[in-house]
Design a binder for this molecule. Structure first.
Ligand SMILES: C[S@@+](CC[C@H](N)C(=O)[O-])C[C@H]1O[C@@H](n2cnc3c(N)ncnc32)[C@H](O)[C@@H]1O
Length: 264
């Protein structure tokens, strides 16, 4: 992957930073696992857009033994890393190249039960996200869901500094927890990774959360809601079916799986 957007260099920097740069990552992963409307005894296909190192796909496969995951990413470096992580799941995991900015990969969504994505959709502008939501709704199963973890754009300007500050605080606390000092924070800071402090508007185009929930409804999802938010990061999505019964994997189990996959 080359060009002005996400590059192979971005993948290397992200791999070095992700343990601190993704706030409350295990919580985010567990929230997705616990929200998926899956009937336990049925085969199920999930598609992950921009799987990166494959942590979320691995958690899905671990939590749901009858699930198959198609993990898409445009970076060779990321696909290689995901390949190592997902190898133990054999044919239940399929890793493929894709370019989020094109439409030629969209048939990979046909008939899927769920589409998930973490920290990728914000590379699309408003129109691109609306197009994606419509395509996902039209192509996945009628009861299928789209669950997104991502940066969101503050609806009020004053919220920008709050998001920047809470994101920094989260990274500092995580750096101390993992390294015993601020050296991981220093790297995060020197890479200007805090989008709310130093936005790279050519690459990162997060949209207002309320707008995205409306676009999900307009695309035809029955329920659209936000389920988690912290430090400018939100977890939200659309469901094709009305609220169901209890999720097959409860939150506590989902959190245990997420911590295990992250090696925490
Ligand atoms: C911030 S990382 C997130 C990775 C992973 N989902 C996670 O949460 O750790 C963004 C990912 O999106 C991929 N990506 C960015 N732009 C892309 C594009 N235009 N087409 C395909 N993949 C892209 C990158 O290769 C990278 O793996």
């Amino acid at each position: 992957m080359t060009g002005e957007g996400w590059t192979e260099e971005s993948s290397l920097v992200y791999q070095a930073l992700s343990r601190v740069a993704v706030p409350r990552r295990a919580e985010q992963m567990a929230t997705i696992l616990a929200l998926l409307p899956i009937v336990p005894d049925e085969d199920f296909v999930a598609v992950e857009l921009g799987c990166g190192e494959g942590f979320l796909s691995a958690a899905l496969l671990e939590a749901y033994p009858r699930m198959r995951v198609v993990a898409l990413d445009g970076s060779e470096e990321m696909r290689a890393s995901a390949g190592v992580r997902l190898e133990r799941f054999g044919s239940r995991a399929e890793i493929r190249d894709f370019d989020l900015m094109s439409n030629d990969w969209l048939p990979a969504l046909d008939g899927a039960g769920a589409v998930v994505s973490s920290l990728v959709i914000h590379h699309l502008d408003d129109a691109g996200k609306q197009n994606l939501f419509r395509e996902v709704r039209a192509r996945i199963s009628p009861s299928g869901s789209l669950l997104i973890a991502d940066l969101v754009h503050p609806a009020r300007h004053e919220a920008t500094s709050m998001m920047a500050g809470s994101y920094d605080e989260s990274v500092k606390a995580r750096s101390i927890q993992l390294a015993g000092d601020l050296r991981l924070w220093d790297r995060f800071d020197s890479e200007d990774w805090n989008h709310f402090r130093t936005p790279d508007v050519e690459v990162d185009k997060p949209s207002v959360l309320a707008d995205q929930l409306r676009w999900l409804s307009e695309a035809g999802f029955e329920t659209a809601d936000c389920f988690w938010m912290f430090a400018g990061h939100a977890l939200y999505g659309g469901f094709g079916s009305p609220a169901g019964s209890e999720a097959p994997v409860g939150y506590e189990r989902a959190l245990e799986v997420a911590h295990g996959i992250l090696g925490e």
